[in-house]
Design a binder for this molecule. Structure first.
Ligand SMILES: [Zn+2]
Length: 148
């Protein structure tokens, strides 16, 4: 079990671990995080623990022995919201363009599709579809220029 933080104090051991941050049930019985890490997954719980550990350690009182997981001790390179994002997790530029192109082509295919005669759009909606298809065509051309 991966504990993000373990606090030993006078013979008692409390930890915020997988049972807390990966919990599927709504009730948190974690004595460390007080519920902030409950069921939110490893990455967000790691970020929370990084930020809040000093407070929890202080609350544990004098003489508490604290063990932080390695991942909690590492400084994230930078942070988006409270989600730590490390450089190695970022997609490459080529990957971004390729995936965007794939999605845009799928969208263009959808817009070219024939619809069921019972779902005939109004003229206004039909014109909006044509406009979207034309703009998407321009977007696809730009994405193709961005890929190589
Ligand atoms: Zn917890």
């Amino acid at each position: 079990m991966t504990a993000l933080i373990t606090v030993r104090q006078g013979g008692s051991v409390i930890a915020c671990d997988r049972g807390c941050y990966n919990a599927k049930h709504p009730n948190c019985d974690c004595q460390l995080c007080g519920g902030v890490n409950h069921g939110i997954g490893l990455e967000r719980a790691t970020a929370n623990t990084r930020r809040l550990a000093p407070k929890w350690v202080e609350a544990a009182g004098e003489g508490a022995e604290v063990e932080l997981d390695e991942t909690v001790q590492q400084d994230p390179l930078f942070t988006i919201g409270d989600h730590p994002m490390e450089a190695h997790e970022l997609p490459t530029f080529k990957h971004i363009v390729t995936e965007a192109l794939k999605s845009a082509n799928a969208a263009a295919d959808w817009l070219r599709s024939d619809w069921h005669p019972d779902s005939q759009p109004t003229d206004k909606k039909g014109a909006a579809r044509s406009e979207a298809a034309a703009l998407l065509g321009k977007a696809i051309a730009a994405m193709e220029r961005a890929s190589w």
